[in-house]
Design a protein around this ligand. Sequence first.
Ligand code: SF4
Length: 456
Amino acid sequence: MKPTVILINPWVYDFAAYDLWAKPLGLLYLAGRLRKSGFTVHLIDCLDIHHPLMKETGNIKKPVRRRYGTGKFWKQNVPKPPQLSTIPRAYSRYGITPQAFTRALKQARKPEAILITSLMTYWYPGVFEAIHLAKDVYPDAPVILGGIYATLCPGHASTYSGADFVVSSPRQFWPGELARLLKENIPDFTPEEKLEAFLPYPAFDLLTKIDYVCLLGSSGCPFRCPYCASHYLHPHYTKREPLELFEEVIFWHRGYNVIDFAFYDDALLVHADTHICVFLEEVVRNNLNLRFHCPNGLHITCIDQEIADLLYKTGFKSIRLGLETSDTELQRRLGKKFSEEEFEQAVAHLKRAGFTTDQIGSYVLIGLPGQTGDQVAETITYAGRIGTLPYLSEYSPIPHTEMWKEAVAVSRFDLVSDPLFHNNSIIPCWDGEVFEKASRLKSMVQDIRREALRSD
Ligand code: SF4
């Protein structure tokens, strides 16, 4: 009989969470690879909004879903951790109930190992809870924790998570360390020796229902923004053969009727003419009538008229631009990736191609160390004036980034002592009337968005 592994995508514990094409892509790649290595893989996605066991949970409001597979998660209010008790917002566990989770664990065959992923560092309470419950049900199975939190905060994860092993490798999809651990713990396991990057496809077919598929045309990023850990999590910028990416889209579309595809690339448009444009032209040539989305911001200087036209023709529905700030001095600190003129040109190209204001969002950073509310307000106004919808992107301090030391120095919380304080909702690197300031800026965003949509 094939050995069994249980793979777990844990809960999110936070002040807010939204399914903006959020799937555990690294875990699904791992699932594909484990299947290829001869395992029976049992996936438990705590964020599964279609989970069959939630049908029996009559007292929790069904999540509202929106366009293109996005929407709300299951949600239950829970007490705030004592460290966050002064934050004037409700705290929730997003995902299925712990009872449904435990039943799902019991429905699986006894596993040889349990693998748990982790995402945001400050979501670790969900990781710990999943580990704790998994160990209750299967006390003899080794629990291996990997993912972003485990990689960025390995000491914290090893000390407090309760996992038997913590894989703190930047190579998320198939770390050598994980193959070694599986070999040690499962005597008849032979890892696939020759695994190609991006193959086999991530196992979206293990989800209860495929609302959309997340794609990677490349991994890593050639830039080094001081607030971002991309270079640490993916040290090598690797591109995928564009026609091979096209084959994956065809695989999900023809085999599973998938229409919506979300790119997870950090740098989708870099060297576009020899890479993503080849893919996009193939999509256009095949007249597939698909929808594409890019929740990660696109690089403004890469958008010329040809690319804007191609994005539109291919079926891109939501464009997000990484505006960050309109403040010249702050832009310089963040690496000055574009000028105002280039931003305005990019928006003009997108509009000329056919995109409307409601399809073009600008990510505006808020909460950076040393940044003022006025700088954010000016950026929001600017984003609206140029014909885009501003979206606030709250800064989260991340270990191993260039800005980390500065964040630690200015934060009103002890960021080093507890990753809960990395939570972007608490705007940890601002002080004073933080929540009042943030709430004024959020209202401003709402007003500008309403106004922009009225006059579009
Ligand atoms: S913020 Fe975006 S562009 Fe900057 S380093 Fe990270 S992934 Fe790259």
